[in-house]
Design a protein around this ligand. Structure first.
Ligand code: ADP
Ligand code: MG
Length: 323
């Protein structure tokens, strides 16, 4: 039995130009962590809301552990406890402490169980020493952890995360992502994350699905998608693509281009140089061609106006159709 089966979902909102979801299917095994990645408006939130039973699909079905997930027209109270959805704009109760926020969904449960479960989650998320703080006394990352801990209070088997890290600064985010990955591993939670951010997807998920205009474009490990992208859209999620001059549908990633090597293949002139963390990012105008390339200078020795020799190996050329 498939843990979560999303079968041929289609959804079009009234007055919308195109479909939000277009015959989208995906399967997830128990304990798996999958990320759906796609640009804004590609249907990610709609997908999660339908899976959580909070939105009605026009066609298709969702089954969770062999049972149909009922939509709001089929159920008095929308959603189900064993599937929890967390948004970017999660809302904590502002005047309740971290512990009280986490315990809130457990109010109707046995008091002893509620206390134990809350303590367990506070420890799991490294929040035990901050349990008496109210949200504004916590960092953004800590608030996000309280929100996720709260959603785990009812012991859901499937966690749906909708761009949950977009509001955090990059340092908070990196720390949180590492910590979450370990926590999810430890409790064997099944996670479906949707995001426009490849770094977030890679940090949490083992496998990726690329969505575009409501359609599944490609599914695979990061490595598979990187090596064998189905089309330009998938390839461009991973890096800039430098077109080979005088060729069609052939590209090189910046990281595969070497600067100032003997045995060069192309020459160009540096028109822009930007400092990045691991390299200077050069914009190079390729000689005898209107093409400009993005190239990385790890040694940081080159300057605007310099002529450079560029080389690459043929096996790194990506041959990909536009669509
Ligand atoms: P994403 O989460 O990837 O940004 P969404 O699922 O939110 O994408 O939206 C998919 C498409 O459906 C977009 O074109 C969006 O404008 C449209 N859409 C989303 N929600 C509604 C709604 N309630 N009413 C009308 N159109 C909507
Ligand atoms: Mg969204």
């Amino acid at each position: 039995m498939t843990f979560l089966a999303v079968n041929n979902l289609s959804k079009r909102y009234p007055k919308a130009q195109g479909p939000a979801l277009d015959d989208f299917s995906v399967m997830i095994k128990k304990g798996q962590r999958l990320a759906v990645i796609g640009e804004s408006g590609s249907g990610k939130s709609t997908l999660l809301r339908i899976i959580a039973g909070l939105e009605v699909a026009d066609h298709g079905s969702v089954t969770f552990k062999g049972q149909a997930v009922l939509d709001p027209t089929q159920k008095l109270v929308a959603g189900q406890d064993d599937i929890q959805l967390i948004h970017q704009q999660f809302k904590l109760h502002p005047f309740s402490t971290a512990a009280e926020n986490i315990r809130r969904p457990l109010l109707l449960y046995d008091k002893e169980y509620a206390r134990e479960r809350t303590d367990f989650l506070l420890r799991l998320f490294g929040l035990a020493d901050k349990k008496d703080r109210i949200p504004k006394e916590l960092s953004g990352g800590e608030q996000q952890k309280v929100a996720i801990a709260r959603s785990l209070s009812l012991e859901p088997e499937l966690l749906l995360l909708d761009e949950p890290f977009s509001n955090l600064d990059i340092r908070q985010k990196r720390g949180l992502l590492e910590e979450l990955e370990e926590i999810f591993d430890e409790i064997g939670l099944t996670v479906l994350l949707v995001t426009h951010d490849l770094e977030d997807a890679l940090a949490v998920a083992e496998e990726l699905c690329v969505i575009r205009a409501g359609k599944l474009v490609q599914r695979g490990t990061a490595n598979e998608l990187y090596r064998n992208p189905e089309n330009h859209y998938v390839a461009s999620l991973f890096s800039r693509l430098n077109p080979l001059p005088n060729e069609t549908d052939k590209y090189l990633r910046p990281q595969h281009i070497r600067v100032d090597e003997s045995g060069h293949v192309l020459t160009g002139k540096i028109v822009k140089c930007q400092f990045h963390l691991l390299y200077n990012r050069l914009t190079v105008s390729i000689a005898n061609s209107p093409t400009t390339w993005t190239v990385f200078d790890e040694k940081r020795t080159l300057h605007v106006g310099d002529n450079v020799n560029l080389s690459y190996s043929g096996e790194d050329i990506l041959q990909i159709a536009e669509e």
